[in-house]
Ligand binder design. Structure first.
Ligand code: TNX
Length: 514
């Protein structure tokens, strides 16, 4: 009898505790982890906490320092980071490299007790992803840049987590409107919170060439001079680009550069007369039409140009992919397009890289390792798979971050419909195109085209809150996802958006909890 009463009291206390306090399952984690278990109590971060890392692993040490520096401004704590030794202190967070095939490259296991946290993974990359989970379990004010009042509690329990898809990306178009190194770094920081691991940079288009190519300097001297609306444009020097790649790599984000060919190429045609079939340079273009420009497919100099560009870009791109564009080449004859895309795949292979291209590349040959990025046409995606390619899912009607949310929201286009927060979230890449299955898909990407996007505030407005939803689609198993559950969790992210000063779109579909 007495035992029963004790149980009852314990149950009441537990319920009260769980109800009033942050728990792992109530924290609103995005992407939602594969397995979560709550425990009573919490780990409290303090100045006495020590971070340990195993095996004297230098890369892991860097990740540990990243975490230390992440939480420093808001907590004010200058937490010690040490290699794991026998005399560990009681109040510690340990990052350890283990061997657990279930977790893959990016997965992690997180165990949180009142006195210790252990975060384990096969790789430092997995530890980095797990750190983003710890970050989201901390109060949102941890994101602020000035010292905030504690307590800094992390709810107890366990998480086992790993992604559904290897590729989880965002694309930024820096051609239509140019965005500089600082903006790109800031974006990298924001998307890393949601375990995004790839940043695709759309570096050239009709309106601007944005990457220095040393053997063709006029591409940026002339082709980088303007942008949509006639503003001053700009470009990345190779040093700038390398700095972006380095900064992204520190956050386990791979940069994929895109040179859009054979169409979307007016900026290059304006820079070098010899790239035109009639040897006359085009005028620079500051409008927003598409599909009017093409490289001269049967000229030798065209392939000298492509070779030089891919060679220089490959040399400063550690990631395995180069994106060759290939979309909307309406000004290129079909047989020329097929010929060109086939040749360019060989050039990319020659420099040790693999090809990504918009889904139209399926009309050409698909060489081993090539991935087609599905944006519009089901038949192209099916054809790419038939030809042995894989698919990156970026359907315009779901993932295009440049689509307006609805007809009242001020920025963006709507050629593929309005993409509200539910439409962006509530779909499954593995079942959305007939004939394409999970095994054919490398992952999910969210492109932000910037015809109407001029400032970083504009970027934030289009990216948030849709991108976290795409990040979850790429990470969380489809059977664990539902809109009703997601909308409660995205509502809770609002306090984090606010602490980060993100100009997010306050969709009326969500009951925001700032
Ligand atoms: C189509 S999507 C394009 C881009 C535009 C975009 C605007 C794709 C591969 N090509 O050139 O910027 O629409 O939404």
């Amino acid at each position: 009898m007495r035992l029963r009463i004790l149980f009852l009291i314990a149950a009441i206390l537990t319920f009260g505790f769980v109800k009033g306090q942050n728990t792992i399952t109530s924290a609103g984690l995005i992407p939602k982890p594969v397995l979560m278990e709550n425990n009573l109590g919490a780990f409290e971060l303090s100045n006495k906490t020590t971070i340990y890392y195993t095996d004297n692993n230098e890369e892991l040490k860097k990740v540990a320092l990243y975490f230390k520096n992440l939480i420093k401004p808001a907590t004010g704590f200058d937490i010690a980071v040490k290699p794991l030794s026998k005399e560990t202190t009681r109040h510690s967070i340990t990052f350890e490299i283990i061997e657990n095939p279930e977790l893959g490259t990016e997965g992690y296991k997180l165990k949180i007790y009142p006195q210790v946290i252990t975060l384990s993974a096969n790789t430092p990359e997995g530890i980095f992803r797990g750190i983003q989970t710890i970050r989201q379990l901390l109060p949102a004010k941890v994101e602020k840049k000035t010292v905030q009042k504690g307590p800094w509690k992390i709810p107890d329990g366990e998480i086992t987590d790993f992604p559904s898809y290897r590729y989880r990306g965002m694309m930024l178009d820096v051609s239509r409107h140019f965005f500089g190194v600082e903006d790109v770094k800031h974006l990298i920081d924001l998307i890393s919170i949601y375990k995004i691991n790839t940043l695709h940079l759309h570096l050239s288009d009709d309106q601007g060439w944005r990457i220095e190519i040393k053997s063709w300097p006029k591409l940026t001297e002339i082709g980088g001079k303007t942008q949509v609306g006639g503003g001053k444009g700009g470009f990345f020097t190779q040093e700038d680009y390398k700095e972006i790649v380095r900064y992204a790599a520190e956050r386990y984000i791979t940069v994929i550069p895109e040179i859009d060919m054979p169409g979307h190429i007016n900026a290059a045609l304006a820079s070098y007369p010899e790239l035109n079939c009639d040897n006359k340079a085009k005028e620079l273009y500051t409008g927003t039409d598409v599909g009017f420009s093409t490289l001269c497919v049967h000229k030798d100099v065209t392939y000298k140009f492509v070779d030089d560009v891919i060679r220089e870009l490959s040399a400063i791109t550690p990631g395995e992919y180069i994106h060759i564009g290939g979309d909307e080449s309406h000004a290129t004859k079909k047989e020329d397009y097929i010929y060109f895309i086939s040749k360019v795949q060989d050039i990319v292979a020659k420099y040790g890289k693999k090809v990504l291209g918009w889904d139209e590349i399926a009309l050409s040959e698909i060489k081993p390792g090539t991935v087609a990025e599905y944006w519009a046409k089901d038949s192209n995606a099916v054809l790419a798979v038939k030809k042995g390619g894989k698919i990156l899912m970026a359907p315009g009607s779901r993932t295009y971050l440049d689509m307006q949310y609805n007809k009242k929201t001020p920025l963006g286009l709507h050629w593929s419909g309005y993409v509200n927060v539910k439409k962006a979230y509530d779909w499954d890449p593995a079942t959305s195109v007939k004939g394409i299955h999970k095994k054919d898909i490398t992952g999910v990407e969210s492109p932000l085209w910037t015809e109407t996007i001029k400032t970083f505030d504009d970027i934030e407005y289009m990216v948030f809150p849709r991108l976290p939803g795409h990040a979850e689609i790429g990470w969380t198993p489809a059977k664990e996802r539902s809109w009703d559950d997601y909308k409660k969790r995205i509502a809770k992210q609002a306090s984090r958006f606010k602490a980060l000063d993100i100009n997010y779109y306050k969709s009326p579909l969500i009951d925001w909890k700032e």
